[in-house]
Design a binder for this molecule. Structure first.
Ligand code: ZN
Length: 162
């Protein structure tokens, strides 16, 4: 049975906030007293986007593709991982229709950095700015995110094969 050439993918990620780490979200370095903890640069938004892309084309998730036991990915720039995954999407014959996402953080304020994040993602994903949405939410001081101990991100992406 032939199906329409559209596919949708969902991604989610969370990283802990710790001292002596850089805070990198959406490929943008954000000045803050803490940063996200992880094997790579722990870019929570980019990781959620990577998983949404992999989900859309039904490939194994980010942890399977880039295992945190692999020294190669220690301190990895997540934008470089995103480039690899986008290449896999293209190799399957797909391109991206649009991307919607949420960054859930009690602090710092994400708003000032969102235009730059969109620019970075637009160039990596060959996607027009008007097809990229990044929303910033807080957790009303509840849970680990609300207590500034972690930051979460969610992403949905639609891809199509022409
Ligand atoms: Zn992650």
């Amino acid at each position: 049975m032939s199906k329409p050439n559209f596919k949708i993918g969902i991604g989610y990620d969370l990283h802990r906030l710790e001292e002596n780490r850089n805070l990198v979200i959406g490929g943008v370095k954000i000045p803050y007293e803490k940063g996200l903890l992880g094997h790579s640069d722990a870019d929570v938004l980019v990781h959620a986007i990577i998983d949404s892309l992999l989900g859309a084309i039904a490939l194994p998730d980010i942890g399977t593709l880039f295992p945190d036991t692999d020294e190669k990915y220690k301190g990895a720039n997540s934008i470089e991982l995103l480039k690899k995954v986008y290449k896999m999407v293209k190799e399957k014959g797909f391109s991206i229709v649009n991307l919607d996402s949420n960054i859930i953080a009690q602090a710092p304020k994400m708003m000032p950095y969102i235009p730059k994040m969109k620019e970075v993602l637009s160039s990596v994903l060959e996607l027009e700015i008007e097809n990229i949405s990044i929303k910033a939410k807080t957790k009303e001081h509840l849970d680990s995110v609300g207590e500034k101990r972690a930051i979460e991100a969610q992403a949905v992406v639609m891809v199509y094969k022409s």
